[in-house]
Design a protein around this ligand. Structure first.
Ligand code: S0N
Length: 288
C-alpha cells in the first residue's frame, strides 16, 4: 500500500491567464499555447460530479477549437489530489445525478463521453498528477496521452471496494499499458501505488518533486509545442487506430482526409463538380 500524499502546493512558476472560471473548473492558458484545465473541488480530493465533467468537456472543446492552443494540461487543484473519481454523494442507482434531490432523477456516466473526447482530441493532453489519482480519476489519467506525476502521487482503482467498475478504457487501456496481469492486480486488489511504483509500471511518464510539477509539465508541453502539430496529431491517431478499433481507424482516416483535401487531386474533384464538368484525374500519378 502506498502512503497518503503529503500536504503541499505545486509551485506557481508559470504565468497563466484565465480564459474562464466555471463553477467546478478553472480554464487558463499561457501566452505560448498551453491550456490548463483544473478541477477545483479540493474538499473532496477533486472528485467529479456531472457538472464538473460537463465543464471540463466545454473547456476541452474550447481548447480544441482555439488554433493558438497546442497542448492541454488536465489537473486538480492543490497538491493533494489529481482526482478521486466520481463523487459518491451524487451517485444514484442509475448513474451519477445532476439533480440528486429530485426523486425521479435519472443519472448516467458523463465521464464516458469525456474519456472518448480526450482520446479523440487532436492535440496532446497531459495529465499533471499530484496526490491521489483514484478510481475514475485514475482512468482519467490513463486516457490522457502523457502523465507527469509528482513524487507524492498515489494511483489506483477502488471500484470493487465501492461497488463499481470501469471495464472500458479503465480495463483495456490499463492492460495495454501495464500488462494484463498487473491490470488485474490493480483492479482485483484495489491497492494504492506510489509514484515510483507507477513509473516502474509505465503508468506515468516521469516523476518529479511536487514543487517542480508545474514547471516540469510545462517544459514537456513546450517541447511538444516546438514540434509539427500535424505529425503529433497523426501519431496520436495512429496509436489509437490500433487501440480503439474502428473508431480509432476512423479518426486516423479522417485526419489523412484533412491532408488530402489540400492536394490538387482532391481540388480537381471539388472544382469539376462545381463547374458541372467531368473530373480529369489523368495528370495525377498512380503512385507505386
Ligand atoms: C482518495 C482517498 C483514498 C483519500 O483518502 P484520505 O486521504 O483518507 O481522504 P478522505 O478523508 O477519504 O477524503 C477527504 C474528503 O474527500 C471526500 N471524498 C474523497 N473522495 C471522494 C469521492 N470520490 N466522492 C465524494 N467524496 C469524496 C471524503 O469523503 C472526505 O470528505 P469529508 O472529510 O467531508 O468526509 C479516499 O478519499 C477514497 O477512497 N475516496 C473514494 C474514492 C471513490 O470511491 N471514488 C469513486 C470511484 N468510482 C468512480 O470513480 C466512478 C467511475 C465511473 O464514473 C464509471 C464510469 C464508467 C463506467 C463505470 C464507472 C464506475 O462506476 O466505476
Amino acid at each position: 500500500m502506498g502512503t497518503g500524499p503529503d500536504r503541499g502546493q505545486p509551485s506557481d512558476s508559470v504565468e497563466w491567464s484565465r480564459v474562464r472560471r466555471y463553477e467546478d473548473v478553472d480554464y487558463s492558458r499561457t501566452d505560448d499555447g498551453i491550456a490548463k484545465i483544473t478541477i477545483c473541488r479540493p474538499q473532496v480530493h477533486n472528485a467529479f460530479r456531472p457538472q464538473t465533467l460537463i465543464e471540463i468537456s466545454d473547456a476541452l472543446t474550447h481548447a480544441r477549437e482555439d488554433p493558438s492552443i497546442g497542448v492541454i494540461i488536465l489537473t486538480g487543484e492543490g497538491g493533494r489530489a489529481f482526482c478521486s473519481g466520481g463523487d459518491q454523494r451524487v451517485r444514484g442507482d442509475t448513474g451519477y445525478l445532476t439533480e440528486p434531490d429530485r426523486p425521479d432523477a435519472v443519472g448516467r456516466f458523463h465521464v464516458t463521453d469525456l474519456q472518448v473526447q480526450i482520446r479523440r482530441l487532436p492535440k496532446p493532453v497531459v495529465a499533471m498528477v499530484a496526490g491521489y489519482a483514484i478510481g475514475g480519476g485514475h482512468v482519467l489519467q490513463i486516457v490522457c496521452d502523457l502523465t507527469v506525476a509528482a513524487d507524492n502521487a498515489v494511483l489506483g482503482q477502488v471500484g470493487p471496494r465501492v461497488g463499481s467498475f470501469d471495464g472500458g478504457f479503465g480495463a483495456g487501456l490499463l492492460a495495454d499499458i501495464v500488462g494484463t496481469r498487473k491490470a488485474k492486480e490493480i483492479w482485483f486488489l484495489c491497492r494504492q501505488y506510489g509514484a515510483q511504483q507507477a513509473l516502474e509500471m509505465g503508468l506515468v511518464n516521469t516523476v518529479v518533486p511536487l514543487a517542480d510539477l508545474e514547471r516540469e509539465t510545462v517544459a514537456w508541453c513546450r517541447e511538444m509545442l516546438r514540434l509539427s502539430p500535424m505529425a503529433l496529431r497523426l501519431m496520436k491517431a495512429s496509436f489509437h487506430a490500433a487501440e480503439d478499433g474502428l473508431a480509432g481507424i476512423q479518426q486516423l482516416a479522417h485526419d489523412t482526409n484533412l491532408l488530402f483535401y489540400a492536394s490538387d487531386e482532391a481540388r480537381e474533384g471539388r472544382e469539376s463538380f462545381k463547374a458541372k464538368r467531368e473530373p480529369d484525374f489523368s495528370r495525377f500519378p498512380r503512385r507505386s
